[in-house]
Design a protein around this ligand. Structure first.
Ligand code: HEC
Length: 625
C-alpha cells in the first residue's frame, strides 16, 4: 500500500470514530429524560435483562415490599404473572423505579433494554397461554357415570375434596415448552394439585377399575374392535378427537395382556391422564376454530350437566356446526336427566342455602325442611321451564308437614315435599321463603339491613360495598336497638350507607327471624307490651313500599335488574368465576333479548350461552386485565 493511500485510510478511520462517538452521544441525549432529578449519571452496565433486575431491583423486591419480583427472573416467571410484569413496564417507563432516592439509578439504555425484554417476554407468553381447571369430585363422579355406567359413591371418589368446583387457573407455559404434552407440566407444577390430590385421583381410578367386569359381549369382540371401544371411551373422556400416538398407546396396552387386563390398564391410563382430569382451554387464535368448538362442548357439558359432553355435542363440534346449533343443544340438554344436578348446584351458588347449616338456634329438622322448600322451588322453575319471574311472584311453594305447620298450613301430612298453592299473597315468591328470611336474620332478631342487602345483591344485582373497617358486625350478635336508631338518624352515617338497605328490608318486617308471619313484635324492653309492626319501607329512590306485597310489586317493576342479576349469577356459575366489569355489556344484551314475551328458563340459559363471555370461556382476553 503506498503512503498516500495509507494516510487517506487513516483519515477515513478517524472520521468514522468521530461520527460514531457523536451518534452515541446523540442517542444518549435522546434517551435521557429532559428533566432529571437524579444526581450522578448512571453508568451503562452491559448486563442482560435478568441480571439487571437482579442488580437493580431484587434487593428491595424480594421480601421488603409488597411487589415480589423473583430473585431469579426468568421467561417462565414473567409468564406466570403477566399483570405484575405489566406493572413493571409501567414503573420503568414512568421512571418510578428504582426510586429517586436510590443511589443506584438505571442508565437510560439499560432501562430501555429492560423494558424491551419484559415486553418481548410477555408477548411470547401470550401465544402459549391456556387456562385449565381440574374436574371437581362431583364432575369426576358424573363423568365416570356417563362414560362407564359406574356409580361411584362420594366417599370413593376423591374423598376430602369438598370443593364444589375445580377452580379455574390461568396457566402460562413458555413458548419453547416441548409441544408433545405440555399438560404434564400442570400436573407437576400446579400448587393446587398436591401429591395427595394426584394420589386421590389414582385411588379413584383404581376403584373404578375394580368395578369393571368383562361382559360376554366384550369377550366376543376381536382385538381391533376392542381397541375401537377403548378409543371411543378415551375420545369422550378427553372430550376431543384422539391423536395418533394416543391411539397407539391404547393399542399397546391392549396388546400386552389378556383382554380384561389390557382394558383395565388402558382405562387406568385414561382416567389418570391430565387430558381427562383437566378441562383445558387455549386461546382460539392459537389453536384454531376446530379446537375451540370442542372446548365449547366441554364448557357446555360442565355448565349444564357437571359432566363430560355426550356424543351429539362432540359430533357437532367435529362437524364444525356447534356454534349455530347452541339453542338446540341447550334445550335438549336441559330436558335430559343429567341436568338434574343444575338446580341444587345453582341454588347453592345463588342463594347460599348451605349457610343454614351453621344456624344452630333453629332445630335441624326445620332447617332441613326450609332448605328443601327452596331447593324444590328452584328445581321446579328450572325443570318445568317456567317463567323466571315466578321467582318473585309464584303463588305456590313446596312443603312437607314440618314446613307447612311452621307456616300454619294444616292439610299437608308426611315427609313428602309437594307443591302447595298459596291462598293469600302474604308469601309470594322467594322472599316468602323461611330459609332466606332465617339466613338474613341475626339469630332470633330480624335485621332489615341484612335483608335489604340480600335483596340488593341477590335479586337486583347491586354491589353493596362492605362496611368500613371497624364497623363489621359478627353474624350472631344482634344490632342493638340504640344503633338502629342511630342508623335512622338523618345526621349519622346510617342515612347514606344504610338507607337503601333499611328501606327494602323494612318491608319484610312482618316476617320474624325464622320466617313466621307476625302482626306485632316484642320490643327491646321485655317489660313492655309487644308493639305493632311497621312494615312501610322505601325503595332506594325513596318511594314508599308497603310490606311484602308492596316489595313484590316493586321488584317486578325492576324486572330488567332482576333478569340481569340472574343472568350474571348463571354466567359466573357456568364459568366458575366471579363477575367482571367486562361482563356488563354482554349482560345488557341478554336483558335486551329477554325483554319481549315470557322469559322461560331455557331462553335465559340460551342467551347466557350465546353471550360473549361464555363463548370466550376461561381464557381471559389477553393484554387486558
Ligand atoms: C430502594 C428499594 C427499591 C428498589 C431498588 C426498587 N424498588 Fe420497586 N418499589 C419499592 C417500593 C418501596 C415500592 C412500593 C411498593 C409497595 O407498595 O410495597 C416499589 C414498587 C414497585 C412496583 C409497583 C408499582 C405499582 O404500580 O404498584 C414495581 C412494579 C416496582 N417497584 C418495580 C421495580 C423495578 C423493576 C425495580 C428495578 C429497576 C425496582 N422496583 C427497584 C422499592 C424499590
Amino acid at each position: 500500500m503506498c503512503s498516500r493511500s495509507r494516510r487517506a485510510w487513516l483519515a477515513y478511520a478517524l472520521l468514522f470514530v468521530v461520527l460514531a462517538t457523536l451518534s452515541i452521544s446523540v442517542l444518549l441525549h435522546a434517551a435521557r429524560p429532559p428533566v432529571s432529578a437524579r444526581a450522578p449519571a448512571a453508568p451503562l452496565s452491559h448486563l442482560d435483562a435478568p441480571a439487571l433486575l437482579r442488580a437493580y431491583c431484587a434487593g428491595c423486591h424480594r421480601s421488603r415490599t409488597r411487589v415480589e419480583l423473583a430473585a431469579d427472573p426468568t421467561t417462565a416467571s414473567v409468564h406466570q404473572d403477566p399483570a405484575l410484569w405489566r406493572k413493571v413496564i409501567r414503573a420503568l417507563r414512568a421512571e418510578q423505579m428504582p426510586p429517586l432516592d436510590e443511589p443506584r439509578s438505571l442508565h437510560p439504555l439499560d432501562r430501555a433494554r429492560l423494558i424491551a425484554w419484559v415486553e418481548n417476554t410477555l408477548q411470547s407468553g401470550a401465544s402459549a397461554r391456556l387456562a385449565a381447571r381440574h374436574l371437581a369430585a362431583l364432575e369426576y363422579r358424573n363423568a365416570v357415570r356417563d362414560l362407564l355406567g359406574i356409580e361411584l359413591s362420594p366417599a370413593n371418589a376423591l374423598e376430602g375434596d369438598g370443593r364444589q368446583t375445580g377452580g379455574v387457573r390461568q396457566v402460562a407455559l413458555p413458548a419453547d415448552f416441548p409441544a408433545d404434552d405440555p399438560l404434564w407440566a400442570l400436573y407437576v407444577d400446579e400448587p393446587s394439585m398436591p401429591a395427595a390430590m394426584i394420589l386421590a385421583y389414582q385411588t379413584a381410578a383404581a376403584t373404578v377399575l375394580n368395578q369393571v367386569v368383562e361382559s360376554p359381549d366384550f369377550e366376543r369382540l376381536g382385538h381391533a374392535e376392542r381397541c375401537r371401544v377403548l378409543e371411543n371411551l378415551a375420545r369422550r373422556a378427553f372430550r376431543r378427537p384422539l391423536q395418533d400416538e394416543e391411539i397407539a398407546r391404547l393399542a399397546r396396552h391392549m396388546a400386552d395382556a389378556t383382554p380384561l387386563q389390557g382394558f383395565r390398564a388402558a382405562l387406568y391410563d385414561v382416567l389418570t391422564s391430565p387430558h381427562f382430569l383437566y378441562m383445558v382451554e387455549r386461546r382460539p387464535d392459537v389453536t384454531g376454530a376446530a379446537t375451540a368448538q370442542f372446548e365449547l362442548a366441554s364448557r357446555l357439558a360442565s355448565f349444564l350437566w357437571s359432566s363430560v359432553p355426550d356424543e351429539e355435542l362432540l359430533a357437532d363440534a367435529a362437524r364444525g356446526i356447534l356454534p349455530v346449533r347452541l339453542n338446540h343443544h341447550v334445550a335438549r340438554m336441559l330436558a335430559d336427566r343429567r341436568a338434574a344436578i343444575l338446580a341444587p348446584r345453582f341454588t347453592n351458588h345463588w342463594l347460599h342455602l348451605q349457610n343454614l347449616d351453621g344456624m344452630d338456634h333453629v332445630p335441624a329438622i326445620l332447617r332441613r325442611a326450609m332448605r328443601a322448600e327452596t331447593e324444590h322451588f328452584v328445581a321446579f322453575i328450572l325443570q318445568e321451564d317456567r317463567d323466571i319471574l315466578e321467582f318473585l311472584n309464584a303463588d305456590y311453594t313446596f312443603l312437607d308437614e314440618t314446613m307447612a305447620r311452621h307456616y300454619g298450613i294444616h292439610d299437608v301430612r308426611g315427609d313428602q315435599v309437594r307443591r302447595v298453592p298459596l291462598l293469600d299473597d302474604q308469601r309470594r315468591g322467594l322472599l316468602g321463603h323461611a330459609s332466606l328470611l332465617t339466613l338474613t336474620s341475626y339469630g332470633f332478631v330480624t335485621s332489615p339491613i341484612r335483608r335489604g342487602r340480600w335483596i340488593l345483591e341477590n335479586l337486583l344485582g347491586e354491589r353493596v360495598p362492605p362496611p368500613p373497617v371497624g364497623m363489621t358486625n359478627s353474624n350472631k350478635a344482634p344490632v342493638p336497638a340504640a344503633s338502629i336508631r342511630r342508623l335512622q338518624d338523618p345526621y349519622s352515617c346510617g342515612r347514606c350507607c344504610h338507607a337503601p338497605l333499611l328501606g327494602l328490608g323494612t318491608a319484610l318486617e312482618h316476617y320474624g327471624s325464622t320466617g313466621l308471619w307476625r302482626a306485632q313484635a316484642q320490643t327491646a324492653q321485655p317489660e313492655q307490651e309487644p308493639a305493632p309492626i311497621d312494615a312501610i319501607g322505601a325503595s332506594p329512590a325513596g318511594e314508599p313500599i308497603a310490606g311484602s306485597t308492596g316489595l313484590g310489586a316493586y321488584l317486578l317493576g325492576q324486572k330488567d335488574k332482576f333478569l340481569r342479576c340472574l343472568s350474571s349469577k348463571l354466567l359466573t356459575y357456568g364459568l366458575d368465576r366471579k363477575p367482571r366489569e367486562s361482563d356488563l355489556d354482554a349482560l345488557d344484551q341478554i336483558v335486551e333479548q329477554l325483554a319481549h314475551g315470557p322469559c322461560r328458563f331455557t331462553k335465559l340459559v340460551q342467551q347466557v350461552v350465546a353471550s360473549a363471555p361464555f363463548q370466550r370461556g376461561f381464557v381471559e382476553r389477553w393484554g387486558q386485565k
